[in-house]
Ligand binder design. Sequence first.
Ligand code: G16
Length: 544
Amino acid sequence: MEPKVVVTQPFPGQRPGTSGLRKKVKVFQEPGYLENFVQAIFDTQKELGGGVLVVGGDGRYYNRTAIQTILRQAAANGIAKVLVGRGGILSTPACSHAIRKHGAQGGIVLSASHNPGGPDEDFGIKFNAANGGPAPESVTEAIYQRTQKIDRYRTLEAGDLDLDHLGASQLGKMAVQVIDPVADYADLMGTLFDFEAIRHLFAGGQFRMKFDAMSAVTGPYAVEIIENRLGAPPGTVMNGTPLEDFGGHHPDPNLAHAQELVALCQGTEGLDFGAASDGDGDRNMILGRDFFVTPSDSLAVMAANAHLIPGYAEGIVGVARSMPTSQAADRVAERLGIGCYETPTGWKFFGNLLDAGRITLCGEESFGSGSDHVREKDGLWAVLFWLNLLAARQESVGDIVRDHWRRYGRNFYTRHDYEAVDAQAAAGLMDHLRVLLPTLTGTRLGAYKVSYADDFAYIDPVDASRSEGQGIRIGLEGGSRLVFRLSGTGTQGATLRLYLESYEADPARHDQETQAALAPLILIANDLAQIQERTGRAQPDVIT
Ligand code: G16
């Protein structure tokens, strides 16, 4: 089996977004499209030569084909060894753990996350660095630049490898090891959480929960951990078999796409606890009976209660949140006297802070939370954190969050998404806001005085790298905020995200309905950005 060189030409627009390169499967199937991107990784990440690479994906349509292509290219590019999850499966956090545990030089994660799967749907590829986390912007930019000049890629003429059985094999000079995708990850969870206490919670027989794997990658992980190791009754994990098309659904754990689970948590007969994860297992949604925990609140509650969890019993050193995430966690950090960081959207921005030991916990409004145990957000980890918390406090989800609000005040929070908007119209809207920005500070928007208005720029406190144009931030007196951003993960047109937040210290006002509490801000934001005029949309597509 000799390496062969295939002549190719660049495809425009192979720039990775918030979380890797995501396109329709049909685009990835164009001859050379995937190969070019993979070659660009090998051309720019020199330390992979002679090194160890981890490869796995969320099992969506095209996962198996892509992995065989990557293996042949890796062998032809001098990679010494590839670790691949059985069946090509690795959840994103499990992949991060595998890179770290095996001291690999990097990993390739195949997923389009929460986006639908199938021949006409989405696929994605992302490079993770040796710390286990998504590559920083300098790396993704270098890969992109390389894709724009590429004129050949290397591969091997060889058949497909059997990836369905654990064990070692050889592809040319490269060793291939098929690893159990679940075991190491499940062991890691056992070191962080009080499994005994959670087992006790289930053993009582009173506590009722469901975990919705959304026919995506976390099914086998959740069955092993929640049912086998923690003793929850069989059937606690619903939609637990990973399907290439996720059963035709969006594997996106939010109020719009996990409606079956939401319904199970409602009413007097509702479950005590409902949780879900997304396509690749890094997102989470937490529900109590008739109670939805916003991801922003979830991070704040986790920070405030971390000392109750064995893995964090010594205390946390700091927290970070993405800019559009509510400021609820900041209040906890202030009271604990620990560091607090506001980063641009994208998990990669937490990597340096985690590596430098400046933070222990981090989270994003986009249903992501995690800690320094891996370098990705981690859906099941968040679910186990909450289970551990419920076992330790013996209170309901709703009571824990309401108690948190009483202590810290409540940050009312919502996100309005306008999906598949005309890309030019969306860019025009953002430009319009940018023009307004310098005139806003000190003026009034409705009843609110503007404290600051900017286009968020971030200087990484560890390596001083600068990231600009990360979303428009308008801070109002009293802690309210309006944030406008274009999504970096959509695969069709542009997705405009409007994030709204207001702070309420008075417990007597904590029970208001979120949209009602934020109604004045919603009107102001729509007016200011001329959303209807510019996008033609009278209503958002998704409200979370
Ligand atoms: C990705 C990133 C997250 C980010 C999210 C939202 O999530 O990993 O860090 O918060 O996108 O991105 P956007 O608002 O640009 O659509 P995932 O779960 O898609 O990998």
